[in-house]
Design a protein around this ligand. Structure first.
Ligand code: PXG
Length: 287
């Protein structure tokens, strides 16, 4: 099925879905985005994604030229139009076309781009076996530089980390924050399970506050697991019973090996499997 693409007011086919070479999103990574999923034609946590998109935009002094509720209706319309049962939605707002200088005031109108397509990150067996991972030498950015809370078009630190993983032949990478605490994976948040307690780094250390992360914390608390948000280091991961990652695209995926250490029993553990089951039920639930 071809993707459904909408740019600045018009649906376009793949070949005519283009942006200006003067767009500061392209020239400088000056823009923000969201990755969203729809399950059985229903968009999961749309309001939270819209809230984060508009907060990211505010963080970079970008005014999105569309009201939040209109943006929500547009996303829902595009998903309907795509005909996809289960879809991955990429919503991008760039600074728009300007000149060759940095000054964002030279870009009169931000561009809004919406793509409805599918996404598959790993072969299906990784969900049964768990991912192999390493700690990347590339840390995430400092929270007072470009805040990792802003889902911006600057993903180079995460891509460089990903390249380290590819070069080493592992599935995924974990990134540290500049202080050496474990932050997140290249496009996922991280959880550990130790003696039945679930722990995850707090958003304030400087990570993307994932919408899947928030959903998993809620699900876990509803299921009476103890959940703690606290800084973690690599020792906490190496000695954990389970490590798993969460993200819109990845959903919930276990880590079986990290930095050549086997995590737990070397396969996704019971808490990871239980939460995956609960997450699947949540995303397809009708209220
Ligand atoms: N951390 C980072 C740095 C992310 O980019 C997450 C955590 C998880 O957040 P959500 O809200 O999705 O639970 C993300 C997610 C990919 C990919 O290829 C991932 C993301 C965006 C684009 C692609 O894995 N973001």
């Amino acid at each position: 099925m071809p993707p459904t693409i909408w740019i600045d007011g018009q649906y376009r086919d793949g070949a005519s879905a283009t942006v200006s070479v003067y767009d500061h999103g392209l020239l400088y990574g000056d823009g923000v985005f969201e990755g969203i999923r729809a399950y059985k034609r229903r968009v999961f946590r749309l309001q939270q994604h819209l809230d984060r998109l508009y907060a990211s935009a505010k963080g970079i002094w970008l005014e999105i030229p569309m009201a939040k509720d209109a943006m929500g209706r547009l996303v829902e319309e595009a998903v309907r139009k795509s005909g996809l049962e289960d879809a991955y939605i990429r919503l991008v707002v760039t600074r728009g076309a300007g000149d060759l200088g940095l000054d964002p005031r030279k870009c009169p109108k931000p561009s809004i781009i919406l793509i409805v397509d599918e996404i598959h990150l790993w072969p299906a067996d990784r969900y049964d076996k768990g991912l192999t991972a390493l700690t990347a030498a590339t840390p995430i950015g400092h929270r007072e530089s470009l805040s990792p809370r802003i889902k911006s078009l600057n993903y180079l630190a995460h891509i460089l980390a990903k390249v380290e993983g590819i070069a080493a032949g592992v599935d995924e990478v974990l990134m540290l924050d500049p202080g050496g605490y474990v932050a997140e994976a290249s496009g996922m948040n991280l959880f550990v399970v130790m003696n039945g307690t679930i722990r995850t780094p707090p958003a304030y250390i400087g990570i993307l506050k994932g919408i899947t992360r928030d959903a998993v914390i809620e699900l876990a608390r509803d299921a009476n697991y103890a959940v703690e948000e606290l800084p973690l280091n690599r020792y906490d991961l190496y000695t954990a019973d389970e490590v798993f990652l969460t993200g819109t695209a990845a959903e919930i995926v276990g880590v079986s090996k990290l930095d050549a250490r086997t995590i737990g029993k070397g396969v996704p553990g019971p808490v990871t499997r239980d939460l995956s089951k609960r997450f699947k039920a949540l995303v397809t639930q009708r209220d």
